[in-house]
Design a protein around this ligand. Structure first.
Ligand code: DLL
Length: 426
């Protein structure tokens, strides 16, 4: 379901459409959502000041705290009777953030997920093993509806219950699987234990996201499951999964569905818009949502925008892997480090597995970072080499503990937390 009218729209036409849709969104928010009216008044901006795309930076960001402050329905711009679905994320602190969808929003959601799955290699008629969690989390139901829209046969297995997942993969023979990358590795291990080889499995395409991962992890999943894996990105505040997806033939950045979501990259400290190609915080505006449009949402996710690649025919920009979240950034004795940078370095060692954990602790005033990583070899020489390479390539001193296979936490079907911060827990 490659949609050339949208995905390969001439650039000038795309920019004109974005401006028109952004103007309508800003107008709608100003008319219907008091919290936005107040925010606009606070910075002294009015909807008619959005005359070009370059004017967007004058408008305020929306942050997670804005959603919390408006709990539960304060940012909705339709009456409650028009809602057709609600999702929420529990978050680690405080109240859940709640998002609402009307009929139009569910239609947009299914459309962008269908596009994503198509880009990932799925084709009508294939079976789709959907192991994202069903429930208040947007992953399961979101990819489900998109799969149906594309014409896939969806198996709504949800997350967890690994034995059953293995059984259904054996019995049904799905071509497409979707889950978190960390759970894909758990499934791969379980399938191997059942005597399967990557070649014996029916799976061909894996659509992985909802948590940070990297090319290192991609190679692992592809080899172990015998699939082509692509990166699906999204967040509930903007819609859920399906904000962007890589093209399976290219695997170099996820195409942002720019006719629905307007991306900006801003400096984490300054909030200034940065040019394409530079790393910063991804800020997204939903341009076609009606129940709950969100303006300039500060995702906290660090990435960069890449130009579209004409080989696929698309004109929309791509985004790189998420390097980390601005709030996950570890400042270790003055050096900023993201978990993905460390993963990229130890991924260069064939003896190390993709199962790892980062433990932050504090002795006196010194922060310490311990990398625990599974390995077939647990001798000191290998550990020392890892430490040296991290120092040489990232510039931080860490300690490294090589752990036995299977000893570190695994995904139970949802997002896996890799950073354990013990600094506050003395
Ligand atoms: O995780 C939506 C989703 C479901 C995306 C299934 C992909 C697949 P939230 O629970 O609201 O929504 O969490 C959003 O998860 O801000 C990122 O920090 C992280 N995230 C999502 N996709 C990726 C990805 C869903 N591909 C938050 N790479 C986002 C890295 C991701 N991080």
């Amino acid at each position: 379901m490659f949609n050339p009218t949208a995905e390969a729209m001439p650039l000038a036409q795309l920019r004109a459409l974005q401006l028109e849709r952004l103007q309508a969104t800003v107008q709608r928010l100003s008319e219907r959502v008091p919290a936005y009216r107040t925010k606009f008044a606070e910075v002294g901006v009015t909807p008619d000041e959005l005359k070009t795309l370059g004017d967007l930076h004058r408008f305020p960001f929306t942050r997670k705290s804005d959603l919390r402050d408006s709990y539960p329905f304060g940012l909705f711009s339709v009456p409650r009777s028009e809602l057709r679905r609600i999702h929420a994320s529990s978050g680690t602190t405080g109240k859940a953030t709640v998002v609402g969808y009307d009929r139009n929003d569910l239609d947009v959601f299914a459309e962008v997920v269908a596009r994503s799955l198509y880009a990932a290699g799925a084709r009508p008629g294939m079976l789709f093993h959907n192991a994202y969690g069903y429930g208040l989390f947007t992953g399961g139901l979101g990819t489900h509806a998109g799969g149906e829209r594309l014409g896939l046969g969806v198996v709504p297995i949800s997350g967890g219950n690994t034995d059953k997942q293995v059984q259904l993969i054996e019995d049904f023979g799905p071509e497409v699987i979707a889950c978190t990358p960390s759970y894909a590795l758990v499934l791969a291990e379980a399938l191997r234990r059942r005597g399967h080889t990557p070649e014996s499995l029916s799976l061909r395409y894996a659509v992985l996201g909802a948590e940070p991962w990297s090319d290192t992890m991609r190679r692992e999943v592809e080899t172990r499951l015998g699939v082509k894996a692509t990166n699906i990105y999204g967040l509930s505040e903007i819609i859920g999964p399906g904000v962007s997806n890589e093209d399976v033939h290219e695997q170099q950045g996820s195409y942002l569905w720019e006719d629905h979501f307007y991306p900006e990259i801003v400096g984490p400290d300054t909030g200034e818009v940065l040019p394409d190609g530079e790393f910063g915080v991804l800020v997204l505006t939903s341009m076609t949502r009606t129940a709950m449009p969100v303006l300039r949402y500060w995702t906290g996710d660090i990435t960069r925008l890449l130009p579209a690649d004409n080989a696929t025919g698309r004109t929309m920009r791509r985004m790189d892997f998420i390097q980390g979240r601005s709030d996950d950034m570890i400042i270790l004795r003055g050096v900023n480090v993201y978990p993905s940078q460390i993963e990229a370095v130890f991924g260069q060692f064939a003896e190390l597995r993709p199962h790892y954990q980062l433990v932050l602790s504090r002795t006196g005033i010194m922060d310490e970072l311990l990398l625990k990583v599974e390995s077939g070899r647990t001798d000191g020489a290998l550990g020392r080499e890892v430490v040296q390479r991290i120092k040489a390539q990232i510039g931080v001193s860490v300690t490294c503990e090589l752990c036995e296979d299977g000893s570190l936490p695994r995904s139970e079907g949802g997002k896996l937390k890799r950073v354990l911060d013990l600094r506050g827990a003395r």
